[in-house]
Design a protein around this ligand. Structure first.
Ligand code: ADP
Ligand code: GLC
Length: 471
């Protein structure tokens, strides 16, 4: 099958979070299954762009409302990612250093989608499926079906994967002219609560909708930032497919960011060496258990509770553990976490910012990974932690519920808690410390989790089965 993914992120070209990891891996696994898969994404100004060779495959002009612009599509020459990688360049609009966070993000992603559909319409052989990801690309199914200029695309099946329904990309009707001339009777397919809501439109128009775990799909019917009724109504075309992880990138035996590699057989020495490295770098005591948090410092991830959790853990449990936080996000949370360094007695530190190398060493060197998420559609961190022999301590929600079984249950290997509250999280830390002290069980659990199979093999096939249902 000919599969075309359209996304705002794709590792290693550009990544802001898990979306990048998924779109960097899934197409390669699909190609390995014998399919012709490709990714098209905006051309940002990232190191990957300058470090690779590109072919110009298309140049044209189109319009975003009254603004006419030129765009260029380039393709990586060697398909070294394992699939065809296309970057779409719109001078001055997309070619910036960051993926998101600009005032004109609406215009940037609208222009990207408009140009993408314009280009697709020139393809001689159309794809068997166009697979879009999250709200930045979710208006494509509408345009393919209801824009007059693109009627040729109306029969091409589309899939929308929702990685995160908190962000929907809504904008006002004054910007309706951004969409290529469309059948105004179809207004209802764009609208939600008085605005143009790209994610809602994607759910209504895509042939199938997937979420990145089964539990998240169930949760969305009760809690989806205003879209509950759509998920209830459209449930027939929605399915949950759990993300996998890319063992080529995330493998403690060969990880390009690690100096100290290890296998399930050498994990004790390997993890110790990585832990020592981080503890020296961050002035922590390597003899104490190390709890880490890696991620966006936002309410969704429960990051705002971390300062109080750490204070309470020190106060009520004692200073018998270390905490190290890596993340960036809301300014207030960043500041609080930075200020907390004053209470450290060589047992707390934080790195505010994005650091891919450090994240890998932290997964490898830590004893426990904390994920107090309020919402977690799938979560990849806990899967990386498992692979690197680090026990996940997670709130029982979304994909965390689907992937981490509590040690209190038969076959369990992680620690779950129910509420996003300082008390519940601190209690989970207490349970983790009890496990840490039970040296034999702790060791065998670490060995066991390294060997759990959360690879893409099964999920990549599930997506193919879904596409095949269109034929
Ligand atoms: P989300 O996509 O919601 O942020 P995921 O758990 O799916 O959450 O994926 C997060 C990805 O981003 C993981 O690969 C994680 O290691 C990485 N990540 C998040 N924050 C940082 C950071 N500050 N530095 C390095 N990597 C980070
Ligand atoms: C989103 C979600 C995260 C998920 C990732 C990849 O950013 O917040 O839970 O793992 O997408 O699907």
């Amino acid at each position: 099958m000919k599969i075309l993914h359209v996304s705002a992120e794709c590792y290693p070209v550009a990544k802001a979070g898990g979306l990048g990891d998924v779109v960097g891996a899934l197409p390669r696994f699909q190609a390995e299954l014998g399919h012709d898969s490709g990714v098209v994404m905006p051309m940002y100004r990232t190191p990957f762009l300058y470090a690779n060779d590109w072919l110009v495959v298309h140049k044209a002009s189109t319009n975003l409302g009254h603004w006419w612009f030129e765009y260029t599509v380039i393709k990586e020459k060697t398909d070294k990612q394992g699939f065809s990688l296309y970057l779409l360049d719109i001078n001055g609009l997309l070619d910036r250093e960051k993926v998101y966070g600009y005032e004109d993000d609406t215009e940037r992603f609208m222009a990207f989608q408009v140009a993408m559909v314009h280009w697709l319409n020139t393809w001689e052989q159309l794809p068997d499926v166009v697979h879009v990801h999250d709200h930045h690309t979710a208006l494509i199914p509408f345009m393919m079906q209801h824009s007059y200029a693109y009627q040729r695309l109306a029969g091409v099946p589309s899939v929308l994967t929702i990685h995160n329904a908190q962000y929907q990309g809504s904008f006002g009707w004054d910007k309706t002219i951004y969409l290529p001339h469309w059948d105004s009777w179809k207004r209802g397919l764009l609208e939600w609560e008085g605005q143009i809501n790209p994610l809602a439109s994607g759910i209504k128009c895509a042939w199938k909708v997937t979420t990145v775990s089964q539990t998240y799909l169930q949760e969305l019917r009760y809690m989806s930032n205003g879209l509950e009724a759509i998920f209830e109504y459209e449930q027939g075309k929605c399915i949950g497919i759990l993300n996998g992880i890319d063992f080529k990138v995330w493998n403690p035996e060969s990880d390009q960011y690690l100096k100290n590699h290890f296998t399930p057989e050498t994990l004790e020495a390997g993890k110790k060496a990585n832990k020592l490295l981080i503890c020296n770098q961050f002035n922590l005591d390597p003899d104490k258990p190390l709890f880490i948090f890696i991620g966006r410092l936002v309410g969704e991830k429960g990051a705002d509770l971390l300062p109080n959790v750490i204070r309470d853990a020190f106060r009520f449990i004692g200073r018998s553990m270390n905490f190290l936080i890596l993340g960036s996000g809301e300014k207030q949370v960043e500041d609080e976490l930075s200020h907390l360094k004053v209470i450290s007695q060589g047992d707390y530190n934080t790195y505010i910012g994005y650091n891919e190398t450090l994240s890998h060493i932290m997964y490898a060197g830590a004893d426990f990974l904390l994920m107090p998420s309020r919402v977690e559609p799938c979560g990849l961190n806990q899967l990386y932690a498992l692979r690197y022999g680090t026990i996940p301590v997670v709130r029982k929600t979304g994909g965390l519920k689907d992937t981490v079984i509590d040690i209190g249950n038969s076959g369990g290997y992680g620690i779950n808690f129910e509420q996003v509250s300082v008390g519940d999280i601190t209690h989970a830390i207490y349970r983790a410390l009890e496990l840490y002290r039970d040296i034999g069980t702790f060791r065998s659990l670490k060995k066991k989790i390294m060997q759990l199979d959360f690879s893409w093999n099964k999920s990549a096939t599930d997506y193919i089965d879904l596409y095949q249902s269109f034929q």
